[in-house]
Design a protein around this ligand. Structure first.
Ligand SMILES: Nc1ncnc2c1ncn2[C@@H]1O[C@H](COP(=O)(O)OP(=O)(O)OP(=O)(O)O)[C@@H](O)[C@H]1O
Ligand SMILES: [Mg+2]
Length: 439
C-alpha cells in the first residue's frame, strides 16, 4: 500500500492553462445572464404566457428558427424568469414547466414517463400503456389544482420534429380540458413546441392543427453583429490577451455569412480554435485558427447529425449515395429518382439482412430527410411527380463513418449486384466497364 504520494499532482494535472481561464463558458449548456437580440421574441412569448397570471389560458405556441438561433435557450430562460418571478409574488398560482427533449424522448410513452418524472421528482419506469400514464398525469394536475388558486402545466416539446408520430400526444394534451380528463376548472395546459422545420405544423393532422391552434413565433437568423455580442458573452472563457475582438468578429462574420448565424457553431468554433492553439503550443487565437476550427466543427456537426439518425434513414442516405454513383457511371446528368433510391434501399436491406420498410414510409422519410437538408430532393419541369435526389457534399464526405466496417465490406463485395439493380431500374447501361471505387 502507498502511504505517501511523493509526486506533486501538477506533474500530471494542469489546473492553470495559459489559454483557457474558465472552460464552462464554452460549454453549450452554459446559460448566460443575458439573451442577445431576442427581445422581440421574448415579448411575444411573454405576452402570451401572461394569460396564466390572470388565471387564463395562453395559446399554444410553435417556435420556429434554424439551428442554433437561440430557440431552446430563450424559452428556457423565459420559463425560468416566469417561475422565479411568480415565486416572489404573493399570488397562489403554481406553474410547473416540463422540458421534453424530443431527440431523447421521441415517442409517447417515454415522453409521458419523462413528464411524470419531472412533475413528481421520482424516476418512473416504462412498462404500462400510454393512456395509463396520461391518467396519472391528469390526476397529478387535479391534485395540484386542488391545492392552489390556479395551476398551469407548461410542456415544452423541444425539437418536436424528432418526435415519431406526435399527433396523438399533442391532441391528448391540447384537448385534455375540453374532454374533461381533468375535473378542476382552475387549470391551464400550455404546449410550446420548437423546431427548425418551417413546415412542421403542416405535417400534423388537421384534427391536431385545429385543436392545438399553435401560434407561430419566428426566430430569425443572427447577423454578424448579434453573433459578435453572443460570442463576447463567452470571452471570459479565455485567458487575458488570448483572443482579440477582431478575431471574435472574424468568427462571427464567417458564421453569419456561411452558417445562417448558428450561435452554437460559432461558440464551438471558438472552443475548437482554443484546442488547436493548446495542441500546437501557441499563445493566441488567430484568424487561421478560426478557419482550421471551422473545418473540424463542420465535419463534426455533420457526423453528429447523421449518427443520430435511425438505421433505416442511414440506409436511405447510403442508397442515395450509391444510386447516384451508378448514375454518374452511365454519364447521365440527371440524378437518381426516388424509384431508383427505393430499389437500392431494398437491395441494401437484403444484403445487410434487415427487413425493408414499405414504399409509403420511405416516401415520408425522404420528405423528412429533405426538410432537414440531409438530402436534396427536387422536382423537374415536365417530369411530373418524380423527385430527383442527391446528397449534399458535406454528407458525401463523411458517409463511410456512419456504418460498421463489416456492413461497408458486405456492400463492397456485392457492389456489382447493387449496380445491376440500379441499372435495370434506370434502364441504362454503364458508360464504361471499369469499376469505380465508391468508398
Ligand atoms: N441570443 C443569445 N444570447 C446568448 N447566447 C445564445 C443566444 N442564442 C443562442 N445562444 C447560445 O448558442 C447556443 C445555441 O442556442 P440554442 O440551443 O438555444 O439554439 P436552438 O435554436 O435551440 O438550436 P437547435 O435548433 O439546434 O435546437 C447555446 O449555447 C446558447 O447558449
Ligand atoms: Mg434547440
Amino acid at each position: 500500500m502507498i502511504d505517501k504520494i511523493r509526486v506533486p499532482y501538477t506533474r500530471f494535472f494542469d489546473p492553470a492553462s495559459p489559454i483557457i481561464a474558465c472552460e464552462h463558458l464554452l460549454n453549450s449548456r452554459y446559460v448566460p445572464d443575458t439573451i442577445i437580440a431576442r427581445d422581440e421574441q421574448m415579448e411575444v412569448i411573454g405576452h402570451n404566457l401572461s394569460a396564466i397570471l390572470r388565471q387564463g389560458e395562453p395559446s399554444n405556441m410553435y417556435i420556429w428558427g434554424d439551428t442554433g438561433v437561440g430557440k431552446t435557450i430563450t424559452v428556457k430562460y423565459l420559463l425560468r424568469i416566469l417561475t422565479e418571478g411568480l415565486k416572489a409574488e404573493d399570488k397562489d398560482i403554481l406553474i410547473d414547466t416540463v422540458v421534453i427533449d424530443c431527440t431523447a424522448f421521441s415517442s409517447e410513452i417515454p415522453a409521458c414517463v419523462e413528464i411524470l418524472t419531472q412533475l413528481t421528482g421520482i424516476s418512473m419506469q416504462i412498462g404500462r400503456q400510454f393512456y395509463q400514464y396520461l391518467n396519472d398525469i391528469w390526476s397529478i394536475i387535479d391534485k395540484k389544482a386542488h391545492e392552489h388558486t390556479f395551476y398551469t402545466l407548461i410542456l415544452f416539446f423541444d425539437e418536436i420534429d424528432a418526435f415519431v408520430s406526435p399527433d396523438n400526444i399533442l391532441y391528448q394534451f391540447s384537448r385534455a380540458l375540453a374532454h374533461q380528463k381533468i375535473q378542476s376548472s382552475n387549470v391551464a395546459i400550455e404546449i410550446i413546441t420548437a423546431s427548425n422545420q418551417k413546415d412542421f405544423l403542416a405535417t400534423l393532422n388537421n384534427k391536431v392543427q385545429s385543436s392545438a391552434r399553435f401560434r407561430y413565433c419566428d426566430f430569425p437568423d443572427y447577423n454578424d453583429k448579434e453573433l459578435y455580442e453572443i460570442l463576447q458573452l463567452r470571452k471570459d472563457a479565455f485567458a487575458d490577451g488570448v483572443i482579440s475582438d477582431d478575431v471574435i468578429l472574424y468568427c462571427a462574420k464567417n458564421v453569419a455569412d456561411r452558417y445562417h448565424g448558428d450561435a452554437r457553431r460559432a461558440i464551438d468554433i471558438l472552443a475548437e480554435a482554443a484546442r488547436i492553439v493548446i495542441q500546437t503550443k501557441g499563445s493566441k487565437i488567430t484568424n487561421e485558427h478560426i478557419d482550421m476550427a471551422e473545418k473540424v466543427v463542420n465535419d463534426r456537426v455533420t457526423i453528429d447529425m447523421l449518427k443520430r439518425m435511425s438505421l433505416h434513414d442511414k440506409y436511405l442516405i447510403l442508397s442515395v449515395y450509391i444510386a447516384n454513383n451508378v448514375v454518374k457511371q452511365t454519364n447521365s446528368k440527371t440524378p437518381a429518382h426516388s424509384g431508383v433510391i427505393v430499389v437500392t434501399y431494398r437491395k441494401i436491406c437484403e444484403l445487410l439482412q434487415q427487413k425493408p420498410n414499405g414504399e409509403t414510409y420511405i416516401s415520408t422519410r425522404l420528405t423528412t430527410l429533405s426538410l432537414r437538408q440531409l438530402i436534396n430532393a427536387e422536382y423537374r419541369e415536365g417530369r411530373g411527380n418524380i423527385r430527383y435526389i442527391t446528397l449534399p457534399n458535406d454528407i458525401e464526405a463523411v458517409i463511410e463513418t456512419l456504418f460498421q466496417i463489416q456492413d461497408i465490406e458486405t456492400i463492397k463485395n456485392n457492389y456489382t449486384d447493387v449496380e445491376s439493380i440500379v441499372l435495370s431500374k434506370l434502364k441504362r447501361p454503364l458508360a464504361r466497364s471499369t469499376k469505380i471505387d465508391f468508398f
